[in-house]
Design a protein around this ligand. Structure first.
Ligand SMILES: [Zn+2]
Length: 231
């Protein structure tokens, strides 16, 4: 997981469909300056100019590999008083929403769909509400414990402790991800960086539990061994 690209706007975000290409802007964005910004920036003869202008924008993105499309809404904050050293406008893009949302982590093909579905929902919430995103990551851990048929009457903490008996190292990572997930209920504790930490842990947990390479090698070796069993 490359945490750098998830800390704001980036044109390096992976495609939700194929996960291989990058989402690139491919049409002219539609943008409008918000009313309060227009009032604050009166460029008339006796006008006043505030430091920033704020625009709301919709963009159409296309995958560089599979051509599938996604939409994005963002705010564009323009510095109306200064330019950079080359005379270009200075601005910041603040993403508000993606549909479908790009995957923050790789989900193995062999990951059970109830777990994968919850994680995909968390990808949308990442842009909209970090506390809800943290909660959803916590739900993903609960669903993961369901998959392993760990007693659902126990608390998530106890379930992970039970899981420890068969998955010692993984359960340590799960507990850490759970603490971050819990912080969704105490909204002040949730930061973008803590969520990215939780995703990093989650990606490794899934990689260890649902190893696509191992599964394909299992199938390959079973096929070879079956073909040779009479030799
Ligand atoms: Zn794609």
């Amino acid at each position: 997981m490359n945490k750098e690209i998830w800390n704001g706007y980036s044109d390096e975000l992976p495609c939700p469909r194929c996960q291989k290409g990058k989402l690139k802007d491919y049409k002219t964005d539609v943008s409008s300056e918000i009313i309060d910004s227009q009032i604050e920036n009166n460029f008339g003869p006796n006008g006043v100019v505030c430091p920033d202008a704020t625009l709301r924008v919709t963009a159409h993105l296309k995958c560089s590999k599979c051509d599938d499309v996604a939409i994005m809404c963002y705010e564009r904050i323009e510095d109306v008083r200064h330019t950079d050293e080359e005379g270009n406008e200075i601005f910041e893009i603040v993403p508000l929403f993606y549909h479908p949302a790009p995957p923050l982590i790789h989900i193995p093909t062999s990951c059970p769909s109830p777990v994968a579905d919850v994680i995909k929902q968390s990808f949308s919430l990442y842009w909209v509400d970090l506390a809800s995103c943290a909660n959803k990551i916590r739900v993903a851990l609960e669903v993961l414990m369901d998959h392993y048929q760990i007693d659902h009457n126990l608390s998530l903490h106890q379930r992970i402790r039970t899981f420890e008996a068969t998955h010692f190292k993984i359960s340590k990572y799960m507990l850490a991800a759970k603490w971050i997930g819990n912080s969704g209920s105490h909204r002040a504790d949730v930061t973008r960086n803590s969520i990215l930490d939780a995703y990093e842990l989650l990606e490794y947990i899934l990689e260890q539990l649902f190893n696509d390479k191992e599964r394909s090698l299992d199938e390959l070796s079973a096929r070879i061994n079956a073909a040779r069993q009479h030799e």
